[in-house]
Structure formats: structure tokens, C-alpha cells
Design a protein around this ligand. Structure first.
Ligand SMILES: Nc1ncnc2c1ncn2[C@@H]1O[C@H](COP(=O)(O)OP(=O)(O)OP(=O)(O)O)[C@@H](O)[C@H]1O
Ligand SMILES: [Mg+2]
Length: 254
């Protein structure tokens, strides 16, 4: 589905955000990217979505090189790959009603009302959410709106960049469960970014551990979580035990 080879992204003033990143993501895979702040995760996401261009290396999406394609030829990618961002308030237009936000990626001639009903249902929002505005919802509900919008054009790949980091701990598990269920139901390929390996473990089968623009460890998430090879991975595991406890409590109580 995605092939990334020796990817580099250098910003002005010699900021080397990515320094030779290589990996592949297969159809149906749930690929996690974990690493501390500034390790290059969002830079990588922007390149995968062709919102930015690499300074070296290549990216193929279903066999087509996207890093060199002109914008007018990227329409397929704008449908096939959808992103959910960390901050739902910042990524939703406050002046638009939920129905217009969710249906924005859809063609005009499409039966939008039917699709809207399906999507609201899929993400667990009431049908009367359609005519309301983003500020009338909680953080968790707003993230459900973002997810519905991402799913609207029937994407093949869902990219989530820290989708639960801005949410209350109690709500995180619900959104993670929802993502898990939707990926399964719609046969999606998932690229999931987090600074928290316990969160990645909850939804991914594979993880790439990033540090300072490079992948220091990559493989089966359970294997890496239990037997981390790189000292940095051990640090990451030691640093964030909190959500795991919260998840265990949530799952035990539901
Ligand atoms: N547009 C930009 N211009 C210049 N430098 C940038 C730009 N975007 C990111 N950087 C730098 O590139 C590096 C990687 O940033 P990036 O946002 O990819 O990290 P991240 O892993 O997503 O971090 P976080 O966990 O805080 O979201 C950082 O040093 C950052 O300051
Ligand atoms: Mg980031």
C-alpha cells in the first residue's frame, strides 16, 4: 500500500527532521509510529499525504510515486488517504455545520444524506448532530466528527496523527476502540502516530520507533513492547505507564 525509501526532509537552518526513513505498509496492516516530540512523526505524515515534499528519497502509494507527482495528479490520494489530526477543534471549521463538515469531501451529485446517516451511525453520533456546530460538542465527540469526515470518501488508508493526545484519559479508550472497530469494519490500512507506545499497542500490529528523524527499531508491536532492543524504546516504555492502567480500568468496567 505504502512504500517509503530512504526518506529525507530537511527544513531551513539545517533542521534534519527526517534522515533516511525506510519502511513498507501492506494493505490491512496497522502501522504505528512512535517517538518523542520532535522526532519527525508529523513531518512523515505530511509527506505520506503529499502535503509536503521530501528533500530526498521516495514514496510510493499503491505503486505510484507520489513525492514527485504534481498536485493536479494527486486527486486519487486526496480520496484514498485520509488524515485525522490531534486537535479536532483546530481541524474543524467552527462556522460549518457537522453535516457540511462530514460531507465536504464528497461529490455534489452523491446521495449525501444517506452517506451522512451511515457515517454518524458508524462513529456513534446521534442523527441530530448533523445540524449542529463543532463547539456544541465535547472533545471526544469532535474527534468522532473528524473520523466521520475522514471516512466519508471511502479511503483505503486512514492516517491518525496523535488522535487521542488532546483528549481526557477517560475518553481516549473510547476513541481508540472506535478506531479499532472502524479499521476492522471498513478493511482500512491504518497509520497511527503517537508518542505513547501503550496507545500504539492498543490499535497496531506493527510499530516503527522514531528518534531524531530515524527509525531505531521496527517490527511486531507486541514483540517490541515486551522485548525492546533499543535503549530508547525501553525509555519510551518506562516513560508512559499511565494510559495502560486507564485502558485496563475502562475495559474492565465495560
Ligand atoms: N515547517 C517546519 N519548518 C521548520 N522546522 C520544522 C517544521 N516542521 C517541523 N519542523 C522541525 O522538524 C522536527 C520534527 O518535527 P515534527 O513535527 O515532525 O515532530 P513530531 O515527532 O511530530 O513532534 P510532536 O510529537 O511534538 O508532534 C522538529 O525539530 C521541528 O521543530
Ligand atoms: Mg507531531
Amino acid at each position: 500500500m505504502i512504500e517509503v525509501n530512504n526518506l529525507h526532509r530537511t527544513y531551513r537552518r539545517n533542521v534534519h527532521a527526517l534522515k533516511g526513513v525506510t519502511f513498507t505498509v501492506n494493505a490491512g496492516q496497522r502501522f504505528g509510529i512512535v517517538g518523542e516530540s520532535g522526532s519527525g512523526k508529523s513531518t512523515l505524515v505530511r509527506l505520506l499525504a503529499a502535503l509536503d515534499r521530501p528533500t530526498g528519497g521516495l514514496i510510493r502509494f499503491r505503486g505510484t510515486r507520489i513525492d514527485t507527482l504534481p498536485e493536479r495528479k494527486l486527486k486519487f490520494l486526496r480520496n484514498d488517504l485520509q488524515i485525522v489530526f490531534q486537535d479536532p477543534m483546530g481541524s474543524l471549521d467552527p462556522r460549518m455545520r457537522v453535516k457540511d463538515i462530514i460531507c465536504e469531501p464528497l461529490d455534489r451529485d452523491y446521495d449525501r444524506s444517506e452517506r451522512l446517516r451511515e457515517l454518524l451511525d458508524a462513529v456513534g453520533l446521534p442523527q441530530n448532530a448533523a445540524t449542529r456546530y463543532p463547539h456544541q460538542f465535547s472533545g471526544g465527540q469532535r474527534q468522532r466528527i473528524s473520523i466521520a469526515r475522514a471516512l466519508a470518501p471511502y479511503p483505503k488508508v486512514l492516517v491518525a496523527d496523535e488522535p487521542v493526545s488532546a483528549l481526557d484519559v477517560s475518553v481516549r479508550a473510547q476513541i481508540l476502540n472506535l478506531l479499532d472497530e472502524l479499521v476492522e469494519r471498513y478493511d482500512l490500512t491504518l497509520v497511527f502516530v503517537s508518542h505513547d507506545l501503550a496507545v500504539v499497542r492498543r490499535v497496531c500490529d506493527t510499530v516503527a520507533v522514531m528518534r531524531r528523524g530515524q527509525i531505531v527499531e521496527i517490527g511486531d508491536v507486541e514483540q517490541i513492547y515486551r522485548y525492546p532492543n533499543h535503549p530508547y524504546t525501553r525509555e519510551l516504555i518506562a516513560a508512559v505507564p499511565t494510559l495502560q492502567g486507564a485502558l485496563a480500568r475502562f475495559q474492565g468496567g465495560s
